[in-house]
Design a protein around this ligand. Sequence first.
Ligand code: ZN
Ligand code: ZN
Length: 378
Amino acid sequence: MSKRDYYEVLGVERGADQKDIKKAYRRLAQKFHPDRNPGDDTSAEKFREVSEAYEVLADGEKRAAYDQFGHAGVDGQAGGGFGGAGAGGFSDIFGDVFGDIFGGGGGRRNPNAPQRGSDLRYNLELDLESAVAGTSVDIRVPRHIECERCDGDGAEPGSSKETCPTCHGHGQVRMQQGFFAVQQTCPTCHGSGQHIKVPCHKCNGEGRVRETRTLSVKIPAGVDSGDRIRLNGEGEAGINGGPHGDLYVQVSIKPHHIFERDGRHLQCEVPINFVDAALGGELEVPTLDGRVKLKIPAETQTGKLFRLRGKGVKPVRGGPAGDLLCRVVVETPVKLDEEQKDLLRKFQESLGGSNSQHSPKKSSFFDGVKKFFEDMKL
Ligand SMILES: [Zn+2]
Ligand SMILES: [Zn+2]
């Protein structure tokens, strides 16, 4: 069979620049790539043809030789059905053009060896109450599992695999680079050495199918943001009979409208009015298991923390429950009527001026301010 013109193969003009050549190659190679056309010999042949054309036209030196002498100018180093790959060679072309699509060129790993399936991660948002008490949630997880029809083989039951036509079963193709012969993973079979003639109808030769499963996950009491729950074997199916990967449920806790969590401790803010703060009293504060009474002593200042022991969270890894810290915040009264305002003015008079013993903080603060300005005058 005489070879077609390389420009014709890629469908570009003779004067096409590298960008157009690369674009044309990329489009055709994707179209005919064996991964997308399992078992299709015509596509495999086209893929080879397109790759060979690109190899020559992408290389300035070879392209010049080809332009001048035609196929005779670049042939003669035949190896592995790809013509001679020059410096850089096959892997460079793949790394460059296919790196992001097909995950780069194959390594030295035996592609027929069993491979463990990938782990999966599921992000689960929980409210604080469920996280503290523990719960059970149903999650829907899409994943790949082994195809039942072909037992993960990829070949339609009753049909058999054939020896790969590109590498003749070696899994590697040999290329000449000057004096050196370089082995590369076969691009047609990705090193397996086998070729599926009749792909399985269910999985299209992939050996795996996608399914979405509903799993019931038990969330232990006390989990916190950043905790992971591992479900053994619930990840992706393995390849070539390898074990399943695992599924990790990654927990994050939604913000709560009352409590803020800090590990095993909880914090909340409790507003009190200034009369209670001054005279002392009893407050009702929320906890995760109901309201409790909290005694506030007389002369309580804003920002004071009250610790309720054991009213925090029991950690998932064991140990005693943490505490609930209630920060009281004195609230300035609003919407006062004239009579109430009058009472406050009278109350203010009864305190006797700003440097009163009734406001020690304020007095010492203004003493400090006074001293500060006096010192500045010196
Ligand atoms: Zn092969
Ligand atoms: Zn199948």
